[in-house]
Design a binder for this molecule. Structure first.
Ligand code: ADP
Length: 389
């Protein structure tokens, strides 16, 4: 191959390279640029030869730097540069720097690769990463709140189990007394049947009935407690007459009356109300049972029912053992029983249930009590709106 042909061949090789090759002199003037450079920067090879290297890049200082100190560590590896096309559009290139000497002159060469696309992708990936991190953060927050909810319900579940165990221990103890009383009454009745003593038999029958009601009451408490703990207080609203409610409660609580105890109901107006009959019954029954239980024979228990436009008011008054002043702040606590009540049967959950229900109905409950004088409980319940008439 002739020298002339060889030069032509070199040029073909030079132009067919994938990377852009650019050589400039001491004055920063472009001496040689291959075809990829003209493609990258949108100048013709002819135009390029009349340009200074600085024209092609946003920041020129890097070339001056290189010319002054080509051995600098920075120039031993790839340097990222922002190029400017003829149209003014930007491109990002990766450049490797080098120095050449030819016929006693210094030249500087740049090997360039267009990385604009890769860069765009990297930026996209970066912003996706940021987005992803944000989402992970959000998910973590959501997860944390779910974990907290789970923890809460787990501890609620644990508390419920503890309550059940405690209640069962208490109730099984409390169950024994009425069961023993029922047994002894039935044994005695068997005896009286021989003697035909109707009065005594009836007395025992009444005792048995009252004990069975007491057992029922305790079971009701257990079920109610479970519903309250599980947050399952679904109101069941209906129209009913206050007098019917009272009749029902009276019939249910009278068997518990001790000898010559009297249960008096005072309701000023007999009106129809729209409310949860079952819940009001549970509230009143609990308070009346207590009044009966903690009062002596011959005492009177007075129940008053009052209503106005907005509220229903109940008061339950007894002349029983009262609540010691030092323990009055504790009596709504679950399982709490005052010192003077320990001789009476009970589990200490009735008032807790009552308070739970009253609060659920947005009402209030309070009491006044003097030891050995008596107690009065006051309940206020807001009326419900019956939009359907
Ligand atoms: P229990 O009667 O089964 O013990 P409660 O929760 O109904 O449970 O009542 C809690 C405590 O409040 C009772 O143990 C008792 O000390 C006191 N108490 C409630 N009502 C009365 C009342 N009418 N008279 C005196 N003490 C009462």
């Amino acid at each position: 191959m002739e020298l002339k042909e060889k030069i032509g061949f070199y040029k073909v090789c030079f132009d067919s390279m994938q990377a852009g090759i650019l050589v400039f002199n001491d004055f920063g003037e472009i001496v040689i640029a291959n075809t990829p450079i003209s493609i990258y920067f949108e100048y013709s090879t002819y135009e390029l030869q009349n340009l200074k290297v600085c024209t092609l890049f946003k920041d020129c200082s890097v070339f001056k730097n290189f010319q002054q100190n080509p051995e600098k560590k920075k120039f031993k590896s790839l340097v990222e540069l922002t190029g400017v096309k003829k149209s003014g559009a930007k491109l990002i290139v990766e450049a490797s720097f080098g120095k050449i000497s030819y016929e006693g002159n210094n030249y500087f060469k740049l090997l360039l690769t267009d990385i604009t696309r890769r860069k765009k992708k990297e930026i996209k990936i970066q912003s996706l990463n940021v987005q992803l991190e944000e989402e992970v953060k959000l998910r973590n927050i959501e997860l944390e709140s779910v974990v907290q909810k789970l923890r809460k319900s787990l501890s609620k579940e644990k508390e419920l189990n503890f309550l059940k165990t405690k209640f069962i221990a208490l109730a099984s103890h409390e169950f024994k007394t009425p069961l023993a009383a029922i047994l002894s009454s039935t044994e005695l009745m068997a005896k009286y049947s021989d003697l035909d003593n109707v009065e005594k038999r009836n007395e025992h029958l009444k005792k048995i009935k009252s004990m069975i009601s007491h057992l029922n009451h305790m079971l009701d408490d257990l079920l109610t407690l479970e519903n309250i703990e599980a947050g399952e207080i679904n109101l069941s609203l209906s129209n009913f007459k206050l007098s019917d409610l009272i009749k029902n409660i009276s019939a249910n609580t009278k068997p518990f009356l001790k000898k010559k105890q009297q249960l008096i109901f005072e309701n000023e107006q007999d009106c129809e109300i729209y409310h949860d009959n079952k819940i009001i019954t549970i509230i009143l029954k609990n308070l009346i049972y207590n009044a009966i239980k903690y009062s002596n024979e011959k005492e009177t228990i007075k129940v008053c029912v009052l209503t106005n436009k907005r509220n229903i008011y109940f008061t339950i008054e007894d002349h029983g053992i009262g609540i010691p002043i030092s323990e009055q702040n504790l009596i709504f606590n679950r399982f709490f029983r005052a010192k003077n009540a320990l001789y009476y049967p009970g589990t200490g959950i009735g008032l807790n249930i009552v308070k739970g229900y009253v609060q659920n109905l947005n009402g209030t409950i309070s009491f006044e009590s003097v030891e050995n004088k008596g107690t009065i409980f006051k309940v206020q319940l807001p009326k419900m709106n019956n939009n359907h008439g």
